[in-house]
Design a protein around this ligand. Structure first.
Ligand code: PYC
Length: 331
C-alpha cells in the first residue's frame, strides 16, 4: 500500500525544511502538544519515512500545518525531524510559514501577522512580502531561560568542560570557548558531531531539565557550541548539533533564543538588544531580546528571531509498505 505525501521542499538559511502539505494524518488532541503525542504514538513512521534515508538525510526537518485548536490562533504546526517531533523549531517555523503563505495554505486573519500554536506554546509571527514572495519572517518565540549553569564534565579524548543549559523551545547544552575548545574552525564538522554526541550523553546523565509550565518538555536534546563572530556585523557564531549526525546549517532559532537568554543571564545582553547570530555555514538570523518575563517564578526573556526561507520545489513522495526501507533507516 502506498501513502502519498505532497511536499514543498526548501530551506531556511541553508537548513532543509519539508512542508508536508498533503498526506498529514488526522490527529487527536486538544492542543498541539497532545496532537504531537498522538502523532508519536500512531504515525511516527511518517516522520522516519520522510526524514531518514532514503527519502531524507541527517539534517532533514519540516512539518505539517494543522487547523488551530483555539479561536485566537491561525493554525498549528507539528514539527518533524530526524531527532523526533520538537516542541519548537525556529528555522522550521520560518520555512513552514513562508511556504504555507506563498502557496495559499495559511490564510492570515490580519495580513502580515499570525498567531501559531506549536507544542511548546503560542508564538507570534510578523512577516513581509514582495509580490507573491515572503521576504522575511520574525518569530516572537516562547519564553527562553537558563536552566542550569556551571556543570563540570570530563569529555573522554577531549578534556574538561564547563557547560550551561538554556531553553529556547528545546533544551541546549551551551559550550563557550574554554580549555580544549578553542573555536569552531579548530574543531571541524566531524569532530563537532562526534564530541556533541558524547557531550549530550554525559549531560543526560547529569541533569534532566523540566519546563516549569509543562513537564512533557524536558531533557537536553541539543548541543550549542558558541563562538565569536566571523563575518562583518555579526555578534556571535554557533554550531548546533541535533539528531545523531546533524549540524544545523541555519543559526538555529531555538538555539539563538536559548543563547540570548544565556547572554542576558551573564549580563552581556539586555532587553532591547539585537543579536545577529551566524550559523556554521555563515547564514544569519537576527535575534532580539524583546523583554524580560516571569515564567512561573523563573526569570526568562521573550526572544524574537528573524530570518528568511526559500522554496526549492514540489516533491511528491510515497511510502510503499513493500519497500524494505519504507520507514527509513539511519546508519
Ligand atoms: O531552528 O530551532 C531551530 C532548530 C532546532 C533544530 C534545528 N533547528
Amino acid at each position: 500500500m502506498r501513502h502519498h505525501f505532497f511536499c514543498v521542499d526548501g530551506h531556511t538559511a541553508g537548513n532543509p525544511v519539508r512542508l508536508v502539505a498533503g498526506g498529514a494524518p488526522l490527529l487527536k488532541g486538544a492542543s498541539m502538544i497532545e496532537r504531537r503525542q498522538d502523532f508519536l504514538e500512531r504515525f511516527d513512521w511518517i516522520r522516519t519515512g520522510l526524514c531518514f534515508e532514503p527519502r531524507g538525510h541527517d539534517m532533514m526537518s519540516g512539518g505539517f500545518l494543522y487547523p488551530p485548536t483555539r479561536d485566537d490562533t491561525d493554525c498549528g504546526i507539528l514539527f518533524i525531524e530526524t531527532s523526533g517531533c520538537l516542541p519548537m523549531c525556529g528555522h522550521g517555523t520560518i520555512g513552514l510559514v513562508t511556504f504555507g503563505l506563498e502557496h495559499g495554505l495559511i490564510t492570515p486573519r490580519e495580513p502580515g501577522f499570525l498567531r501559531i500554536e506549536v507544542p511548546a506554546g503560542t508564538i507570534e509571527i510578523a512577516y513581509g512580502t514582495e509580490g507573491d514572495r515572503v521576504r522575511w519572517v520574525r518569530i516572537r518565540n516562547v519564553p527562553a531561560y537558563v536552566a542550569a549553569t556551571d556543570i563540570a564534565i570530563d569529555v573522554p579524548g577531549f578534556g574538561p568542560l564547563t557547560v550551561d543549559v538554556a531553553y529556547g523551545g528545546n533544551f541546549y547544552a551551551i559550550i563557550e570557548p574554554q580549555g580544549p575548545y578553542t573555536g569552531l574552525d579548530d574543531l571541524g564538522a566531524s569532530r563537532i558531531v562526534e564530541l556533541s554526541r558524547t557531550i549530550r550523553e554525559i549531560m543526560q546523565t547529569r541533569i534532566t531539565p523540566v519546563h516549569p509550565l509543562d513537564n512533557r518538555i524536558k531533557g537536553v536534546t541539543h548541543v550549542l557550541w558558541a563562538d565569536k563572530p566571523k563575518g562583518e556585523g555579526a555578534d556571535g557564531r554557533n554550531a548546533v548539533f541535533y539528531g545523531e549526525r546533524a549540524i544545523d546549517r541555519s543559526p538555529c532559532g531555538t538555539g539563538t533564543s536559548a543563547r540570548m537568554a544565556h547572554l542576558v543571564h551573564k549580563g552581556v545582553l539586555k532587553p532591547g538588544d539585537r543579536f545577529v547570530h551566524e550559523s556554521y555555514i555563515g547564514s544569519r538570523f537576527i535575534g532580539k531580546v524583546e523583554e524580560l518575563v516571569d515564567l512561573d517564578g523563573t526569570p526568562a526573556i521573550l526572544p524574537s528571531i528573524e530570518g528568511s526561507a526559500v522554496a526549492t520545489g514540489f516533491n511528491t513522495i510515497w511510502i510503499d509498505r513493500n519497500d524494505p526501507f519504507w520507514a527509513g533507516f539511519s546508519v
